[in-house]
Design a protein around this ligand. Sequence first.
Ligand SMILES: Cc1ncc(COP(=O)(O)O)c(C=O)c1O
Length: 429
Amino acid sequence: MRDTALWHPFSDMAAIRHNEVVISRGEGIWLWDDDGNRYIDGAASLWYAQIGHGRQEIIDAVAAQMQQIETYSCFGEIATPPARDLAQALSDRAPMDDAKIFLTSGGGEAIDTAAKLSRLYWDVLGQSDRIHHVSRTSAYHGAHGFGTSLGGMPPNRQGFGPLVTDTTQVQYDSVDALERKISEIGSDKIASFFFEPVIGAGGVLPPPEGYVEAVTELCQSLGILVVADAVICGFGRLGSWFGVERFDIKPDMITFAKGVTSGYLPVGGVVVSGRVAEPFWSEPGRVAFRHGPTYAGHAACCAAGLANIEIMEREGLVTRGQELEGTLLESVQPLADHELVAEVRGGVGLLAAVDLDERVLERVPGAANQLGAHVREAGVITRPTLRGVPISPPLTISPDEIAQVAESLKNGLDSFAMTEAVQGALAAA
Ligand SMILES: Cc1ncc(COP(=O)(O)O)c(C=O)c1O
């Protein structure tokens, strides 16, 4: 098999350098590789292709913007029409009052922005001891400095030496654990609490009933800023713009990326509540947020975002994640009876996960990735987690196509079960 010079993110290159799968075309929920094989996109690429692939309307919007000007930096007083319009569109849809929008190129930059902004906010208010950030086990908040330090998936933290200090993870599903940690650190030392409404890359872990409301209430009653990381959960995945609306909370900041453009071009950012933005927006000369990536507010990328929002609204895709959540869970739930499966989760948004049995995870190296390869051979592309395969298809998928995804998962599990490695693992257990 041919070799590659492309270093794939989060990947064991020694294992995959001769096994690349090259996706050369996409249309709606369908993908084709360069050998002509067709697959369902069970992952919405990497949790972002909300409207599906190949939409001419987005291509036209980007081309039209590029004919005017591809982009111009938004540092200082300069802006471009799409950057202004996207910020306004997001502010209008945000579940906070007078929201301001800080744009980035992706989710990791959004997380670093929120982490720095919350520390600076407290510094400006004269509470410069409030620097600690609390997050959760199993969390994924991107691969940048703060995001790596806030993340709660152990393999993503190992081997990099000391991470950002004054960051702590608490058990992801326990309000008590957060309360105890806050008392231990001292609430007056804590800048913010980061959480994903449904943990995504960490394994699709919906929150326990009442958890999101309880932790938000606890933190906000102590002045701790609440940062909802909606990078996966936003833009229809949970059935609303920012994924938090169904929990009836008002976070202080929301990080977003991925679905804001359905991935046609990279955009991320932070929605900042009017209250948190106020010290930065009200008094010239008081404080500038000296932070921001070169491509913050990239005009062609913002044009893609605006066209994406228009499509999502026109086609009723914003609520679709919630409308289909029951169908998806019902379709994959029977897999819980498969001998290789430990657990099936889902039910909050168009998200589900099939976790492998401990006997297989312990004894078969790279078991989740191997399962992913078998499921792909059965016709569905997924992006394996540490313990199995998650399902997060484009929001345009139909109930019949969801049934096809479930069928392919079953076929993939069956063929993985037949391998020598799995047979050996089951016999040894
Ligand atoms: C919840 C969450 N936050 C942040 C990120 C980082 O986003 P990006 O990969 O665009 O930097 C991701 C990426 O998967 C994510 O799932």
